[in-house]
Design a protein around this ligand. Structure first.
Ligand SMILES: [Zn+2]
Length: 356
């Protein structure tokens, strides 16, 4: 173990604070490392559609540039744009899955499907990915296709993108409705198959329909606070409160448009402003990271994954306790995924009992 003074990116101020908090750091290569569990990025989609890789340094996320972050668990979303429906949506998903398999080969990156996979990644301080889907259109209107998602290792699905699909309406639909009959059945089928329902991009009505049907906690993987930035993609205080009370989580989104009313003025600090608001609503165990890397324009003072240690440091500089910052950047998401797996087992037992 190198001495703690042998720092890399940490300022003296933080080192003093850190000693006070008594947190023990991993001192590999002469400095502490931060932990990161990011609930949303579009890097896999980009790697597939741009015939590139997960190791492209011109993307926001490159798995070659993870210095200072360990463990690092990244949810990789297969984005289904609104013009993809039916077999086109299913084929896009299959193409991304093939790309992922090819990329993970001999990469040392663990594919995390179960809570055990997540735990092993955490304990080894390694890199892991969780496959997710952004857009229920991937099901092509047939809930039997959820078993294909499960087989491919998908752990979370955003119900809609901005438009309308077979499940219901997204946040971009005028006079939007909520869940369709198929959408309602899908919520139950997702829970039965251990796939977390994600309400980022949902219309307000679809959000409330989901809250009514869901028996398990659900998440908003990449949405900010409407009270801070009144964008249709952000959550009202009431929505945040429902997710919080139900034991779900909310990932802070780095998209400029969702961070600041005047998006060109958005800065990294606006992530803290959104976090601050959620924390004022009692969100210490609810707020997580859902950066939207490679799917959004991020603030000019950020580069991508390589900016995460600076963001972590910025939280500490604003007098957030080390324990709270670790919860936001890693533990809240990690604990949620592990808890969801347990709840699924209990719920499937309960459903079986009710059907006897
Ligand atoms: Zn999105």
């Amino acid at each position: 173990m190198a001495p703690i003074e042998n720092k890399n990116w940490l300022s003296d101020f933080i080192l003093i604070q850190s000693r006070k908090s008594g947190v023990i750091y991993s001192a590999e290569k002469g400095g502490r490392r931060m932990q990161l569990f990011d609930l949303h990025c579009d890097t896999l989609y980009r790697a597939y559609t741009e015939k590139s890789t997960l190791f492209n340094d011109s993307f926001h996320v490159s798995f070659r540039q993870t210095q200072g972050i360990a463990p690092y668990i990244q949810c990789l979303a297969v984005w289904i744009p609104d013009e993809y429906r039916g077999t086109a949506a299913a084929e896009l998903f299959e193409g991304c899955v093939r790309k992922l398999e090819e990329q993970l080969k001999d990469s040392g990156i663990r594919r995390c499907v179960t809570a055990d996979d997540l735990r092993q990644t955490m304990e080894s301080g390694g890199k892991g990915i969780v496959l997710t889907v952004e857009g229920g259109a991937v099901l092509a209107g047939d809930s039997a296709n959820i078993s294909r998602l499960k087989q491919a290792g998908v752990r979370m699905m955003t119900l809609t993108w901005n438009g309308r699909n077979e499940l219901g309406d997204g946040a971009g639909v005028e006079q939007a409705g909520g869940l369709t009959d198929f959408g309602r059945k899908t919520i139950t089928a997702l829970e039965e198959n251990g796939v977390i329902a994600d309400v980022s991009h949902a219309s307000e009505r679809l959000f409330y329909d989901t809250a009514e049907i869901a028996r398990l906690p659900f998440v908003a993987s990449h949405s900010n606070a409407k009270a801070v930035c009144p964008h249709r993609r952000n959550l009202t205080d009431e929505q945040f409160e429902i997710i919080r009370q139900r034991g779900g989580i909310v990932g802070l989104n780095f998209c400029r448009d969702f961070l600041h009313k005047q998006s060109t003025n958005a800065k990294m600090y606006d992530i803290i402003r959104n976090a601050e608001h959620f924390l004022s609503l009692g969100g210490e165990k609810t707020v997580a990271i859902g950066g939207d890397f490679d799917g959004a324009d991020i603030p000019a003072d950020m580069d991508g994954l390589t900016s995460m240690p600076s963001l972590y440091e910025m939280f500490l500089h604003h007098n957030y306790s080390e324990a709270l910052v670790r919860d936001i950047f890693f533990n809240n998401a990690f604990d949620f995924f592990c808890r969801y797996e347990r709840l699924c087992r209990q719920e499937s037992y309960q459903r079986k009992k009710e059907n006897v």
